[in-house]
Design a protein around this ligand. Structure first.
Ligand code: GMT
Length: 380
């Protein structure tokens, strides 16, 4: 199939998932055309079946707000017309679903019917999308998509709760390439971070308010009082200056390191002993799944879709949002003795395998085939 994928190119989970999906589909022989404003962070190297089309938004003195959505729709039309695209798959509703609707209407006038699939990722629904600034457009464009998918049952339910949706939302859970993440830790790297065998605790996010990264630090400080440990904070974003300021003043300061944005998570996660995710909400928690695939147990909140991927007391533990005492107590349970830690590690890997790329990507392929077949039927 010739498929165009539209996504955010940044470190956010939706862009990561869209890029990994495109790469997996390309490996299976499909032609994949990414349309976005920057090379996606997880897209590197040459692949004969992958093409990248950059959306450029020309500036003009009149434009206080350059019209990205218009440029994106035009690029969609251009790519679809010039590369025999059969299907358009957009990730993150805003503004991709409405831009896709516009492109679809333009192509319809030219006699082409291009099916549009919209995958909802989280904040496009729960935080940004339901704001009245966007909700009429988001609602309309979701309903106009030929198929709608959500990355968890929780996100599907939240979408039905917050929008008037006239169509079926199918759940296709996020996935991870377990083989890529399940690697042997590099001893020299581990030794550099924890020279005396301290436990390595990792958090990775975009440092937005919803992640409550200050809770990561607070929970770590409680753990660190009881157990020699190091905290690695991966990623960057608006809350980082605040989080750094609390770390500077704390007693555990020398045990906390900020590593910034990292493209090769599969190189870092294998050295971790525990992953901490303290979010107020996660539609899914792709970062936690990648950690589990690297055989790392997860301590997280029980918010949103996290209970769909983490089994409490098995692959990690979940606590109520903000309950840092419970989180630290649970972390210490995992580190009770070597046998317990090893059991949690093995369970985390077993749990990640349920979301392995080989199980999930065929679900997208089946959806594509069905939507394409439906688009060929004469319209009623
Ligand atoms: O985590 C973020 O804030 C980024 C955001 C995105 O859309 O890029 O992530 C969302 O999509 C990910 C991939 O489907 C999910 O794993 C994250 O849970 C979800 N984030 C939230 O719901 C806050």
């Amino acid at each position: 199939m010739n498929i165009a994928i539209v996504c955010y190119p940044t470190f956010g989970g939706s862009g990561v998932l869209a890029t990994e999906l495109g790469k997996a589909l390309a490996d299976k022989g499909h032609s994949i055309h990414f349309i976005t404003y920057q090379q996606p962070v997880r897209l590197s190297g040459f692949h004969a079946n992958i093409f990248y089309h950059e959306v450029r938004v020309p500036t003009y003195p009149l434009f206080d707000f350059p019209p990205y959505e218009t440029a994106l729709s035009s690029m969609m039309v251009d790519v679809i017309n010039n590369h025999n695209i059969e299907l358009l798959h957009v990730h993150y509703a805003i503004p991709h679903a409405s831009a896709a609707y516009m492109a679809k209407q333009i192509l319809k006038k030219e006699g082409k019917n291009i099916p549009v699939i919209t995958t909802l990722h989280g904040t496009d629904i729960t935080l940004v999308g339901r704001d009245k600034t966007y909700s009429p457009v988001v609602t309309f464009s979701m309903n106009e998509s030929d198929a709608l998918t959500a990355v968890s049952d929780n996100l599907r339910d939240e979408t039905y709760k917050n929008f008037v949706i006239e169509k079926n939302i199918e759940v296709i859970h996020n996935f991870v390439d377990v083989d890529r993440f399940h690697r042997k830790p590099v001893d020299a790297f581990k030794k550099l971070i924890s020279p005396n065998g301290e436990k390595i605790i990792v958090h990775a996010s975009n440092f937005r308010k919803v992640k409550r990264v200050d809770d990561v630090v607070k929970a770590f400080m409680l753990i660190n009082k009881q157990l020699p440990s190091k905290l690695l904070l991966l990623g960057d974003g608006p809350e980082r200056p605040y989080v750094e300021s609390i770390c500077r003043d704390c007693v555990s300061a020398e045990n906390i390191k900020f590593l910034g944005k990292q493209e090769q998570m599969e190189d870092i996660l294998p050295i971790a002993d525990l992953f901490l995710l303290t979010s107020e909400y996660e539609s899914f928690g792709l970062a936690a799944l990648e950690a589990m695939a690297a055989e790392v147990p997860v301590i997280s909140t029980n918010a949103g879709g996290l209970p769909e991927i983490i089994i409490n007391g098995y692959s990690g533990y979940m606590s109520n949002v903000g309950d840092i005492e419970d989180m630290s107590k649970n972390a210490l349970l995992i580190f009770k003795d070597e046998a317990t830690t090893n059991q949690f590690k093995a369970n985390a890997l077993a749990q990640a395998k349920k979301f392995d790329i080989v199980n999930i990507v065929p679900q997208y392929e089946q959806l594509y085939e069905r939507v394409l077949a439906e688009s060929m039927l004469p319209s009623s």
